[in-house]
Design a binder for this molecule. Structure first.
Ligand SMILES: [Zn+2]
Length: 435
C-alpha cells in the first residue's frame, strides 16, 4: 500500500523541493542565499536546519514569506495546531496537498485493520480550525467505511447513546475521551463488545489508561496509535502489526527524514538516537525543508517481519511531563503508579489532573484531582492513594513533615476537570509554578 523508493530517489525529490523553494519562496531565497549549488547528498548536508521559530514567524497569516503561491489564496485550507499555550500555529495547505496528506493517513488506517465494512465513530473535537475531525471525515470516506461524525463537542452521555444505537466497530479519538467513555460504560455496566478497534491520537496512552479501556471495552479490543503525524508535514510514520508501540515505518516517497546529532553537528549513525529532521516531498505551497520537529528517534536498521521495505525507526519519549520538587525531577509515571491499582474500581477514572501551586507562607500545595462516577465511594481510598504518593515521592513526604507541603486527594464528577475547548484534552500535569 505504501510505496517504497530508495534513499537516493527520496533525496532527488528533496532536492527538487529545495530548488523550487529557493526559486519561489522569499524566505528560502534569503535563507539559502549563501549556499553553493546543492545537488548531492554531501552538499545536501550543508542545507541549514529550519527551526520552529522560523516556521512560526514566517507562516501565513503572520507572514507570506514562506509561501510559493500568489495572493489571494485559492483552493486552500487553514488549520491550527490548537496550542493551548495561546501560541497556536496555523498551517495552510492547498486542497491538492490536503488530499495527498489524507491519502497517506487513510492507508495507515487501513493497515490498522479498518475496512469498508466497518462503522467508524469519529470522536474528535470539531471547530477552532482543529483539523482532526474533518481530516478523519475524508479518511473514512477514502476507505469506504461508514462514518458516524459524532464528535466530542457534545455531552458524553449523548456520545454514548449514539454508540449504543449504531454499534460502531471502530472508535477514533483522544485518550481523554476514551477514558470518560470507559468510566460511563463501567458505571452503567454496558456491553460494548462490538467495538474491535480503538484508534487514538493527540495524547500519550499510558499503561494505566490502556488497562482501564480494556476493562470497559473487553480484553480483545485492539488499541492503536493512529500514526506519527504533524500538521506541517503530514504522516511521518505508520505502523504495521509487527511494529512495537513506538516503532514506525517511514513513507519514503512522502518524507525525506534524517536523525541529527546537534552536539556534534552531524547526521546520526544507524542505531544512534538523534533529533528528527523532516523534508516533506510533496508540500510545495509552503515547503518544509530539514525541519527540526522536536522529537528524537533512531533507525532500527532491521528488516520488518511484515515484508514492507520502508525502513523502520523508533521514536523516543517526548519531554515535558516531569515536575520538580526540592531539586529533584519527578516523572508523572510515579504519580500514576500511586493510584493506578484503584482505577476502574470504586468509580475511579483514569482522567486526572495533578496541580502544584505556591500558596502563602512559602508553602507548596499539591492536589491530585481525579474524576469519578461515584465520588462518595471513591473517597474511601483517598488515604491509601495519599500514602502511596508519600511512599513513592520522598520529597513530598519530607515536605509535609516540615510543614512546607500540603497534599490533597480530591474526587470530582466525570467530565468536570478542565478541558481544552479546542482539543478536548485534559492537562494531566498543571504546574502553576511554571509560567
Ligand atoms: Zn512492518
Amino acid at each position: 500500500m505504501f510505496h517504497q523508493i530508495s534513499k537516493e530517489k527520496s533525496l532527488q525529490k528533496a532536492l527538487s523541493v529545495f530548488n523550487f523553494a529557493k526559486e519561489k519562496s522569499a524566505f528560502y531565497q534569503d535563507k539559502y542565499k549563501a549556499l553553493p549549488e546543492i545537488s548531492t547528498y554531501k552538499t545536501w548536508l550543508e542545507v541549514p536546519i529550519l527551526t520552529k521559530d522560523e516556521l512560526y514567524n514566517n507562516s501565513y497569516p503572520k507572514s507570506t514569506k514562506m509561501l510559493t503561491l500568489d495572493m489571494p489564496l485559492k483552493k486552500t485550507i487553514i488549520t491550527s495546531t490548537g496550542g493551548s499555550s495561546g501560541l497556536a500555529r496555523y498551517t495552510m495547505l492547498t486542497y491538492e496537498e490536503w488530499d495527498k496528506f489524507l491519502k497517506r493517513q487513510a492507508d495507515a488506517l487501513r493497515l490498522m485493520g479498518i475496512k469498508e465494512e466497518d462503522v467508524v465513530a469519529n470522536l474528535f473535537v470539531a471547530g477552532s480550525l482543529w483539523p482532526s475531525f474533518i481530516a478523519l471525515h475524508d479518511n473514512i470516506r477514502l476507505i469506504g467505511a461508514t462514518h458516524l461524525p459524532i464528535s466530542a463537542n457534545i455531552d458524553f452521555d449523548e456520545i454514548l447513546r449514539y454508540i449504543m444505537e449504531f454499534k460502531p466497530t471502530v472508535l477514533l479519538s483522544l485518550p481523554t475521551v476514551f477514558v470518560i467513555l470507559a468510566d460511563k460504560i463501567l458505571q452503567q455496566n454496558l456491553n460494548v463488545d462490538f467495538v474491535k478497534i480503538i484508534g487514538y491520537a493527540g495524547e500519550h496512552m499510558s499503561e494505566m489508561i490502556r488497562s482501564h479501556l480494556r476493562k470497559a471495552f473487553g480484553s480483545s479490543v485492539k488499541i492503536e496509535s493512529l500514526a506519527y503525524t504533524s500538521a506541517d508535514c503530514g504522516l511521518i510514520g505508520y505502523q504495521c502489526d509487527s511494529c512495537a508501540s513506538n516503532e514506525y515505518h517511514l513513507p519514503t516517497d512522502f518524507q525525506f527524514v534524517e536523525f541529527y546529532n546537534f552536539e556534534e553537528n552531524r547526521v546520526c549513525e544507524p542505531g544512534e538516537t538523534g533529533e528528527v529532521l523532516i523534508t516533506n516531498l510533496e508540500r510545495l505551497s509552503q515547503p518544509i525543508i530539514r525541519y527540526r520537529i522536536g522529537d528524537v528517534a533512531k533507525w532500527t536498521g532491521k528488516a520488518c517481519a511484515c515484508g514492507d521495505k520502508n525502513p523502520t525507526f523508533i521514536i523516543g519519549g517526548r519531554a515535558g511531563d516531569d515536575f520538580k520538587i526540592g531539586g529533584a525531577y519527578i516523572s508523572m509515571d510515579v504519580v500514576e503508579k500511586s493510584f493506578s491499582e484503584y482505577v476502574s474500581g470504586h468509580g475511579i477514572s483514569a482522567n486526572y489532573q495533578f496541580v502544584l501551586d505556591d500558596i502563602s507562607g512559602a508553602k507548596l500545595k499539591i492536589v491530585l484531582r481525579i474524576e469519578s462516577s461515584d465520588v462518595e465511594e471513591s473517597r474511601r481510598v483517598s488515604e491509601n492513594i495519599k500514602k502511596n504518593i508519600e511512599k513513592n515521592i520522598d520529597d513530598i513526604k519530607v515536605g509535609e513533615e516540615m510543614g512546607l507541603v500540603i497534599l490533597e486527594i480530591e474526587f470530582v464528577e466525570l467530565g468536570k476537570l478542565p478541558r481544552s475547548p479546542i482539543t478536548g484534552k485534559v492537562k494531566r500535569l498543571n504546574d502553576k509554578r511554571v509560567r
